[in-house]
Ligand binder design. Sequence first.
Ligand code: PRP
Length: 207
Amino acid sequence: MESVKIALAKGRLAEDAVKMLESIGIKFKDYSPKSRKLIFVDDSEKIKLVFVKSADVPVYVEKGAVDMGVVGKDILMENKADVYEILNLNMGKCKMCVAGFNEYEFNTNKKLIVGTKYPNTAKNYFNKKGILSEVIKLGGSVELAPILGLSDVIVDIVETGRTLKENGLVVLEEMYDISARLIVNKVSLKTKSQNIERIIEGLESIV
Ligand code: PRP
């Protein structure tokens, strides 16, 4: 029987996702968060976990290189992928926010400069609000952008709020609730339906 491959994002979501799989009986005895290995096989040798960059999870799933993936809604909103979004896993909860200096005032007469890892999401948001914006795409540590005068505000995910606080920034507007989603390749759902549905049902029963 062909194995079911699941892509997980390296980083904070991964550990919780592995725990969820373990709680429905899919165990990976070799897995450790510290390991540098990128592929793990479960103890029944029917399921493979592969670790990729979070933004790449939908790419691997859409192309069928893996059958399923766990990824944040922030990533799915930013780059549309042709996959089934099957389940809200109710973990990895955070908020997509506009952040900046306290008392920053939006001035509709002036173009708003926005630093972000999420250029499409940011652009669409400000367009809908009728605010003219220029979006600067950054790779990370976006909090630096307003501090160094690169942008007026940032659009980013906020979980505990610590990163903003420790860098002297505040949430100016909450945009969207974010959480991890289970996504499935459209062909795999037909060709490997039994195995995939068993996993979906298992996860559904615990979220
Ligand atoms: C995210 C986000 C913030 C931080 C928010 O970055 O971009 O910087 O987490 O979390 P907090 O509210 O709990 O402080 P991430 O750690 O994913 O990595 P990055 O530096 O690559 O953006």
